[in-house]
Design a protein around this ligand. Sequence first.
Ligand SMILES: Nc1ncnc2c1ncn2[C@@H]1O[C@H](COP(=O)(O)O)[C@@H](OP(=O)(O)O)[C@H]1O
Ligand SMILES: [Mg+2]
Ligand SMILES: [Mg+2]
Ligand SMILES: [Mg+2]
Length: 334
Amino acid sequence: MSVAAKGAPLLSRVVGYSVAIANNAGNIIRDIMKKGELGIVEKESAQDLQTEADRAAQRSIITALQKYFPKSTIIGEEGEEEVKDLSGQVFDPTADSSVSGITCPSHLTSVAEEELVIWVDPLDGTAEYTQAHECRISGHLGVCKTLGVSCESLLDHVTVLIGIASGGKAVGGVIHQPYYNYQNPGSKLGRTIWGIVGGSVGGMPLTAPPDGKLIVTTTRSHSSSTVNDAIAALSPTEVLRVGGAGHKVMMLLEGKAHVYVFASPGCKKWDTCAPQAVLEAAGGVLSDIQGKVIPYHASAPHRNSTGVLASAAGQDHQAFLTKIPQHVKDNLKA
Ligand SMILES: Nc1ncnc2c1ncn2[C@@H]1O[C@H](COP(=O)(O)O)[C@@H](OP(=O)(O)O)[C@H]1O
Ligand SMILES: [Mg+2]
Ligand SMILES: [Mg+2]
Ligand SMILES: [Mg+2]
């Protein structure tokens, strides 16, 4: 049933429209990279940047969500000032019926619009987006001397995150990856995965991580001794240091890693709401570093001050939590 169909549960429509809205934001993100004027500003620190792509993507996402779901509460990473759409245009997601098969569990079919809190990260992986741009303008081709990897390879760490919460819980999510398939010039760029907890997941094949290994994924640009102590405590066979909360959860879904651990207060509700909903719809688990449920009601603090631990479906989340040293848990206070 197309999500636009009358009678589709509200949550299914919000997820379906959010897929189209996130895809449109992906076009904006790619266009601004192509134009090359990123308009980079520093927020809380040099490790916390914001570009015109973050701002423009947020304007397009939030104005569309506000128009079609005016009674919901919408919270975007880039704050209130970056909401008014300068072009006056509001993206229309209703024409896009590419998404079908969104099923909503019975306990969520009657969720009302007023109950919804939508957490928006218009561009997750800003550090990687800006670094890829810096490399391009400095004429790096192939493997970048500073990064040791090709600059382009950072681009698919970027995702657009639209997370939907009801009753303080992550219940629906959309993760769009604008640069998916960048390795194949001329091919269609981008993919979008979506899910409803207890309902369906769609947009990419789900794969279990390999047996006999323990692949941990974590931040590449916001590390600390506490972050590294938590990783070491899991005794991984491999550590993948990549950008983006959304991108790391996608790695759990496509079998590239078993667990994502981030023992830091650095990420926020908009980084984890959408990834958590999609991961849990696929059978995985995402909690804070103590194993507590992350709250997503409108008045919840934006910062996830007690860190993040996410495991792929079939993994023993509790076993990972037990291995996290007490000093790491003590360092991350609510
Ligand atoms: N110490 C810190 N300061 C600011 N932002 C941080 C941070 N640690 C993590 N984050 C944010 O959390 C998200 C995931 O981080 P990472 O890529 O390091 O895993 C990124 O979101 P944004 O790119 O949307 O800002 C990043 O900016
Ligand atoms: Mg940011
Ligand atoms: Mg983010
Ligand atoms: Mg962001």
